[in-house]
Design a protein around this ligand. Sequence first.
Ligand code: SF4
Length: 117
Amino acid sequence: MNKFTNYGGDPAPVALNYRYNADWDSDDWRTQAACREAPPDMFFPVGSTGPALNQIDAAKAVCRGCDVQSECLEFALATNQEAGVWGGTSEDERRRLRKQWLAARRRRLQGATAAAS
Ligand code: SF4
């Protein structure tokens, strides 16, 4: 552990004492990712027009055959991955989806708070 991390030890010296306990970040889904053998550049095209469109389409084709597409998309939405193709979605598509995802999460949290009170 270096001085910038804190996964259960003493408080970190700076504001990096984030507790790492989210279910969506279990490594299980990554081992099943169809893109593990694909060139990383394919999933991180430069831009979203012109030749990048072909790259995005190629990456999405890999995602369509991926067994962990929903886990990947959930991770990307939860961690606000802004760049690249994740879970079969482009950056623009994910930006729109994230607004819906955040609204749904807010409703869930409000429901849980109301049920607990
Ligand atoms: S959904 Fe796409 S980006 Fe996500 S793990 Fe599968 S192949 Fe990779």
